[in-house]
Design a protein around this ligand. Structure first.
Ligand code: BG6
Length: 518
């Protein structure tokens, strides 16, 4: 019997395996919907959100009726806002500019002028969305992207609720996308979550941690759970410690409004780095459904705590003037907008313990900072030394510890570091690297994290978004360090272009370990 032509499968029950495979590999296309961005004049909207929307349209992943609505206080017409989006796209989109794609996207661009506390503005927003539903066929499906300061979340959520935009009828959906920071400690995160959940059910809340949208971060799960090779050694029997580094070379000029008073630990450790720890340390989920994945992350985060005493197991710093990329740069206290007495840390490092059978006794060192030696994010599993070395000590002088390094960015890939005999008459062992690089292994370029995440919001696919409980657990882990620092004066100085304050080096030296120089 010859198989039916593709498409006839549903009637006969026959599945075309090739087609099935293809369907699973191709990204799904979003259904009819509109995205409303609050905070369209901000940096994030300009550099990431609007370009990502264009890139999705360019990849054919948005429906033809897709609409984008900007909400801000500016006195703009739809066309003015269209020009703003176009400039952002031309400056920051990942994919090439195509006029026909832009023209189609532009047809669905609208602007609503208003302030967050202005009832009439939200009535206008509801009207604009109803019109788009009727005229363009956006289907009553709306995503509200809050790219705004967290203090404005409660007002905007209440306004959306009062205007009837949060609980749509039937199978229409209304989702809210929230950018970090989700609070500044556990208590404020809880009250923020309460406000948001009083208006949107948790299943409609999408909290963005853009690190989870990165290919290299999703690959941690593939590396760990699709292979036989790594799992047997992914535990305290073989791993000496884990280092998670997110270093940036940029300074904070121009970002005082957001950063002063927030600091490196709240900006990066509470979200990105603790999420990387969760993916590295969690147990294998029974499947990859969002609920199972979240359950494992929650389990491991519940077992994670700061190592004591905090004085020895944490470090924070603030950059001073120095040289970077051949240029003289100023210290934080001289940056525009920062108070000359600011105690905001621009570098933070903490030691975490994961109290599970798999990880007991293995410290997880997390560090992040601005104005460091270079931009790099990596997760390094540093292994114990071989229990016995049948060589003269001089032969292994240059042998370090084996390491598996997940290179999150840039130069995405994985490095395996191990000892190898140096060619020649003598038995001399030295560290070498074996590299996998995305650039040479795959032809296609990775999409931007925001493309993946925005598409997932529109598809209602929640796997890559931390839930309420994960956010609260992350604050619970970090809070004691924040409190400790708050009562211990100023951060330690470090020179721009270096690798952080002396206290960070000492944090590892105390146990005979050292930070990797990425
Ligand atoms: C953001 C932080 O979440 O991540 C910024 O607020 C930081 O301070 C940025 O610069 C880094 O993102 P990426 O993707 O360039 O590592």
């Amino acid at each position: 019997m010859s198989p039916p032509v593709s498409g006839a499968g549903a009637a006969t029950g026959w599945q075309n395996p090739l087609r099935d495979k293809l369907d699973k590999r191709l990204p799904r296309i979003a259904g009819p919907c509109a995205v409303v961005i609050f905070g369209v004049t901000g940096d994030l909207a300009t550099k990431k959100l609007m370009p990502a929307i264009y890139d999705l349209a360019n990849r054919g992943l948005l429906p033809p009726t897709f609409s984008l609505v900007g909400f801000a206080r500016r006195d703009w017409t739809d066309a003015d806002f269209g020009d703003i989006v176009l400039k952002a796209v031309q400056a920051h989109a990942r994919t090439p500019f195509r006029q026909e794609v832009w023209d189609r996207l532009n047809e669905g661009i609208r602007f609503v002028k208003g302030a967050f506390d202005e009832d009439a503005a939200f009535a206008r927003l509801a009207e604009t969305l109803a019109k788009l539903d009727a005229e363009r066929g956006t289907g009553g499906n709306h995503a509200f992207y809050l790219s705004i300061p967290p203090k404005a979340f409660p007002t905007v959520c209440e306004q959306l609720s009062t205007s009837g935009l949060t609980r749509p009828d039937g199978d229409r959906w209304s989702r809210v996308v929230i950018e970090k920071p989700f609070g500044h400690d556990l208590e404020s995160a809880k009250s923020l979550n309460q406000v948001v959940n009083s208006v949107f059910p948790e299943s409609s809340v999408f909290r963005i941690d853009h690190y989870l949208g990165k290919e290299t971060v999703q690959n941690i799960l593939a590396l760990r759970f699709a292979n036989q090779l790594f799992d047997p050694i992914w535990n305290a029997h073989y791993v000496d410690h884990v280092q998670i580094t997110m270093a940036e070379d940029i300074g904070l000029g121009g970002r005082a409004g957001y950063y002063d008073g927030v600091g490196a630990a709240r900006d990066v450790i509470q979200n990105h780095l603790i999420q990387l720890l969760a993916l590295t340390a969690m147990e294998e989920p029974v499947n990859f459904s969002p609920a199972e994945l979240q359950a494992e992350k929650i389990k491991v985060l519940s077992a994670t705590r700061l190592a004591e005493p905090l004085q020895e197991n944490t470090s924070r710093g603030q950059y001073t003037a120095g040289w970077q990329g051949g240029q003289k740069v100023v210290g934080l206290l001289e940056e525009d907008g920062f108070s000359s007495t600011s105690t905001t840390e621009t570098f933070a490092a903490i030691t975490l313990e994961v109290d599970t059978r798999r990880w007991a006794g293995v410290p997880f060192y997390l560090r992040t900072g601005k104005r460091l030696g270079r931009r790099v994010t990596e997760i390094a599993l540093v292994f114990k030394r071989a229990p016995h070395l049948p060589f003269d000590a001089t032969m292994t002088d240059e042998l370090g510890k084996n390491a598996l390094v997940i290179r999150v960015q840039p130069d995405e890939g994985i490095t395996l570091r191990f000892g190898s005999k140096v060619p020649g008459h003598a038995m001399e062992v030295r560290d070498v690297n074996m590299d996998f690089s995305y650039g040479s292994a795959f032809a296609e370029e990775s999409p931007e994290a925001y493309e993946r995440l925005i598409l997932d919001v529109l598809l209602g696919e929640p796997s890559l978004f931390p839930v309420n409980q994960e956010v609260e657990l992350s604050w619970q882990i970090l809070d004691p360090a924040l409190e400790h620092w708050a009562s211990h004066g100023k951060p330690d100085p470090y020179e721009a272009g270096g690798w952080g304050p002396q206290s960070a080096f000492e944090m590892l030296q105390r146990t005979g370990r050292e930070w990797r120089r990425p």
